[in-house]
Design a protein around this ligand. Sequence first.
Ligand SMILES: [Zn+2]
Length: 266
Amino acid sequence: MNIIIGVSVPVDREVLRRLRLLRCLGLSWAELGFFRGLNISSSTLSTLREVIHKFGLECSIHCPYFINFCSERLNVRERSLEIVLQCLEICEVLNCELAVVHVGYYGPYGPSRCFEIVRNYFSKIINHVNERGIRAKIAIETMAKDSQFGTLDEVIKLCNEFTNYVVPCIDWAHIYVRYRGNLPFREVLHKIRESLPWLDFLHCHYTSVNDFEDYHVPVGKGPPDFKEVIDALKECNYFKRVIIVCESPLLERDAVKLLKIVRELS
Ligand SMILES: [Zn+2]
């Protein structure tokens, strides 16, 4: 099993400097965060593409936070669709393997009605992906709050609706917070393996958090223990390739720390 440590890289004025730094630090995966929107010119996009290629980086994209496929407002849902489609197009330009999405908040519809709505929108996304010959996958993130779409079961169910197009993004901190530490990481992996036997790689996020609160703190300053994540992955050994994107507030610095832990444990 190949464990790749990546780092979240916000797409802002510092993005090129950060990508350069990544390479110097021996990190090979960047998750480009379009957290606040897709305000990027085509010239910046082509510079990004060049830099990624030059440094031999592998990349994923994190879609904006304001996406909400469960919103009561049709214009919010339609805008979410538009944004995800644009992110997938950017994936193609930048040669990114996948785009990570926070699906939304249940709001008044509740989980089961939301699932139907989300499934409908995802069918539209997949149609577009097929029409345009887009290779990038959509990764659905497991979310921390009870009000958010993104329990482990929901993520797995949605992936199974769109085999090979939609994959899970397992955020270990979010899993820890949402299940109050009561869902062992091995069980998470067993469930994924059992329900998604076609999945041959696993995309993950990791940060330490403040107790059971989704507040990111530096690695080692709070749960969950990164070693537990690695132990579970190694023991189960279900995937040829596991990508773990560091989302700690110290980003690159902590990514190097995670890389060191992975090397020590192998
Ligand atoms: Zn996320």
